[in-house]
Design a protein around this ligand. Structure first.
Ligand code: TXA
Ligand code: MG
Length: 328
């Protein structure tokens, strides 16, 4: 294990909370992906997140909190919709965008008057939040526009020693970033799909959810809505399952080395073709998706081909990330 990565036991979590108090960065596991945390009330500490990630300063961060009672410390108004969703879905992979309290630093919100807030559902993240006692601003712990980390080793690959400490809590269970719902306007608006679907939210709120389709973003508020994101360095493309055998044959004859991320198709690897097969069930696929993409990306191949998964509701988040990973 590298020097900054530490098994997330109680002692390590206490030490990580001390580091946060000193304005240092701590990477920690959540149920979705690993986060790169800093004291959300310390603008200098927050600035170092942007530096470590190479992320532009106008891209807002999510503030992670330990309990619903602290929601009012960050949000100036907490609408009924937010309370309902919090009661049903927190702790969990849901981020709510609310109007910010005046004292919330613009460094956290990327200059906006709204703030993203979530209570993560992971014992290490919750213990860290409790031990620290305040809000932790944390984006995914990857370099800007790269694949999100779902294991501690991925964080080290991305950020190395620019982090004070990496708390190792094993592989993340959900595997894709939280669903983001904007509750700061008149109508709830889905900014980023995640494991919690827009239908689930609509059922709880008994209302229509405005889905900002990425093909016509109303504004570029969430970098997750940018067209190229979550992307491997290797060129990547999507291919429908029925077209895959021909596509692979063609690529093989061109002498290209390829990685295939398949789901339904069973195909044997060759010296030119590396195959990783993911589960056919959406949640299990999502859990392993980023690690698989990262593994293929590390092999210096000419191309990564991804079998297009189903276009149904449970696959919403995966299809969103796949579209962005393959749109370079
Ligand atoms: O699952 C997750 O959400 C993970 C874990 C670590 O919690 N975090 C994460 O953070 O994915 P990040 O920064 O990689 O993505 C957060 C997204 C960004 O697209 C950001 O623009 C959006 O949330 N966001 C944050 N605050 C916002 C705001 N006030 N208005 C609109 N979008 C906001
Ligand atoms: Mg991210």
């Amino acid at each position: 294990m590298n020097p900054v990565t530490v098994v997330a036991d109680a002692k390590a979590i206490g030490y990580a909370a001390d580091l946060l108090r000193q304005g240092r960065l701590v990477a920690f596991p959540t149920e979705t992906v690993y986060g790169l945390g800093a004291d959300a009330s310390n603008p200098d500490a927050v600035a170092s997140i942007f530096k470590a990630k190479g992320r532009p300063a106008d891209h807002p961060l999510i503030v992670h909190i330990a309990d619903i009672d602290s929601l009012g410390d960050w949000a100036s108004t907490v609408p009924e919709t937010a309370l309902k969703l919090a009661a049903h879905l927190w702790p969990g992979p849901l981020t709510m965008i609310l109007n910010k309290q005046p004292q919330v630093s613009l460094a956290v919100t990327g200059g906006q008057q709204t703030v993203g807030i979530r209570i993560p559902n992971h014992p290490v993240a919750l213990a860290l939040l409790k031990s620290f006692g305040g809000g932790i601003a944390a984006p995914s712990a990857n370099r800007f526009c790269r694949i999100s980390p779902t294991q501690a080793s991925h964080v080290y690959e991305e950020l190395g020693n620019s982090v004070g400490m990496i708390l190792d809590g094993g592989a993340c269970q959900v595997g894709v970033e939280s669903t983001i719902i904007d509750l700061s306007g008149d109508m709830p608006r889905l900014l980023r799909p995640g494991q919690i679907t827009s239908q689930e939210i609509a059922d709880i709120l008994k209302t229509y959810i405005n889905i900002s389709t990425p093909s016509k973003p109303t504004e570029n508020r969430a970098p997750g809505m940018m067209e190229v994101h979550y992307a491997p360095s290797t060129p990547a493309m999507l291919c429908r399952v029925e077209q895959l055998p021909d596509k692979i044959r063609l690529l093989q004859t061109s002498g290209k080395t390829c990685g295939l991320l398949s789901c339904q198709l069973e195909i044997s690897p060759t010296s030119q073709l590396r195959v990783l097969r993911l589960p056919q069930q959406a949640a299990a696929y999502a859990q392993r998706f980023y690690a698989a993409l990262r593994e293929l990306d590390s092999l210096q191949l000419d191309l990564i081909v991804v079998e297009q998964p189903l276009q149904t509701e449970p696959w919403q988040a995966i299809n969103d990330r796949l579209r962005k990973a393959t749109s370079a």
